[in-house]
Design a protein around this ligand. Structure first.
Ligand code: SF4
Length: 459
């Protein structure tokens, strides 16, 4: 039975480690962006490339499939997480798998892969240090790129001592060495390695995987079987298109000019016992539905850099666990409405707009969240009140009749009520010549002169 080593945070809470780590990542990014005069044109280029592939998703996927099969990989299409898990389980059983090593992959978190394989009796070991720490803590990742962001080094030292029976060390370098020494033999013992995919070039069939620790290349090459799980949206047209993403992604994620390891794969890896078996699983799980939604499909352009999490004032308070979903932050709010469980998280946005400005592929995150919020079915009382106000304020006939009634009712409110005190010095606005919404859409605030008149007054 698992015993809690770390005390889980209670709500409302603030985790200082989250804000500090987010600020560090933002500062490093800012420095690099300030020294990159072409940043905005790279953003536009990346946006246009993603738009092209998401608009013609099935054509590019068909090309990729042919290319990967051409170099010896087997390709599966999974409609949802259940199907993806079942394919993985079948493959694991076919190859008599007892131990699976895993590189960091948010797509595998999305389908709950580890829990599923463990329920089938297999051992699953996360090999990314952050993911390994989170696995030891019995937790879920707190961030897209920094899964253990919510834990400080003392928390991690405590975990290593309690779970792995290792001597107490609290220096980051010493903890990394301890983690690496524990994980290293697992790569050679495992029968199967599972990774994600960052980019897949449709024209040539190259799969590209980025990492900083070197664990992914061992996960992908040491075991006799490699399975790559990829969301449909990770596709790009050609390998030449990769350059702009290699500039934008690490800079936005960690403020690095380039990720430490960029792994390219376009063939079966030779091993002492023969060629390694390779399987690519293409996961839909709501992505095609999102691609078919014109005003929201931009969410599929996401590179999972995490910059929109770092900059978000809500994320900075509570981290990823606040969202209760695999994908947190602004992008998580959009994806939650389409991928898997289809959850409404639109409340977790202050509409400050910082996420839209920082996104390296120029996704209008705040605008899309506002659009999603318009269709939200939460808070029925508030919604009904807003819809009623909308009706009354846009119908002069109704407004004229209801305002005197409203004034009379307000005067009857018991004086101890906050609403009565609030209304003491306030008047309902007189009915303007135009309706409220005509004034708003003309850019004129109620009670103010029209914009043209204001301009001529200034002159
Ligand atoms: S939406 Fe943009 S900023 Fe947020 S994780 Fe995706 S690419 Fe990064």
């Amino acid at each position: 039975m698992r015993v809690a080593i770390l005390t889980p945070p209670t709500f409302p809470f603030e985790i200082p480690a989250i804000r500090a780590a987010a600020q560090r990542a933002l500062a490093a990014r800012e420095k690099l962006v300030a020294a990159s005069p072409h940043w905005e044109s790279w953003r536009r280029q990346a946006h246009a490339l993603k738009k092209e592939v998401i608009t013609h998703l099935d054509d590019y996927l068909a090309q990729l499939q042919v290319q990967v099969q051409g170099w010896g990989g087997q390709v599966f299409q999974a409609a949802d997480s259940q199907q993806a898990n079942s394919i993985l389980l079948t493959l694991a059983r076919r190859h008599q798998t007892r131990l699976v090593v895993k590189a960091k992959s948010m797509t595998s978190e999305e389908i709950g892969l580890s829990a599923n394989l463990m329920a089938a009796g297999m051992e699953v070991v996360e090999t990314d240090l952050g993911e390994f720490i989170v696995q030891l803590a019995g937790d879920t990742p707190a961030h897209l790129t920094a899964p253990a962001m919510h834990l400080n080094r003392r928390d991690i030292a405590k975990l290593f001592a309690a779970r792995l029976d290792l001597p107490w060390q609290s220096e980051p370098e010493a903890l990394s060495r301890q983690g690496a020494a524990y994980l290293r033999p697992r790569f050679w013992q495992a029968q199967m390695g599972v990774t994600g995919v960052n980019f897949a070039a449709a024209a040539s069939g190259h799969l590209v995987m980025l990492e900083n620790e070197g664990n992914l290349r061992l996960t992908a090459s040491a075991p006799p079987v490699h399975v790559a799980l990829m969301g449909l949206e990770k596709i790009i047209p050609t390998l030449a298109d990769l350059e702009v993403f290699l500039r934008l992604l690490p800079a936005s994620a960690t403020g690095q000019r380039l990720t430490a390891y960029v792994n390219f794969m376009a063939g079966l890896k030779p091993q002492p016992q023969g060629r390694q078996a390779f399987y690519l699983i293409l996961l839909d799980n709501g992505r095609r539905r999102l691609a078919a939604t014109p005003h929201l499909r931009e969410a599929l352009y996401c590179l999972r850099c995490g910059a929109c999490l770092n900059i978000c004032p809500i994320f900075q308070v509570g981290g990823g666990h606040l969202y209760g979903q695999v994908y947190p932050g602004a992008i998580g709010i959009l994806l939650a409405a389409y991928l898997g469980g289809q959850t409404d998280l639109t409340d977790l946005c202050s509409q400050c707009g910082a996420c839209s400005q920082i996104c390296p592929v120029a996704i209008d995150l705040a605008g899309h969240i506002a659009r999603l919020r318009c269709g939200s079915r939460r808070h029925p009382v508030l919604r009904t009140a807003v819809q009623s106000a909308d009706l009354i304020l846009s119908a002069p006939f109704l407004y004229r009749r209801l305002v005197p009634l409203g004034r009379r009712l307000w005067r009857q409110l018991p004086p101890m009520l906050a609403a009565a005190r609030w209304g003491q010095d306030r008047q309902l606005p007189a009915l303007p010549e135009q309706s409220f919404f005509e004034l708003i859409s003309s850019g004129q605030a109620p009670g103010q002169p029209p914009p043209d008149a204001a301009r001529s007054e200034k002159k």
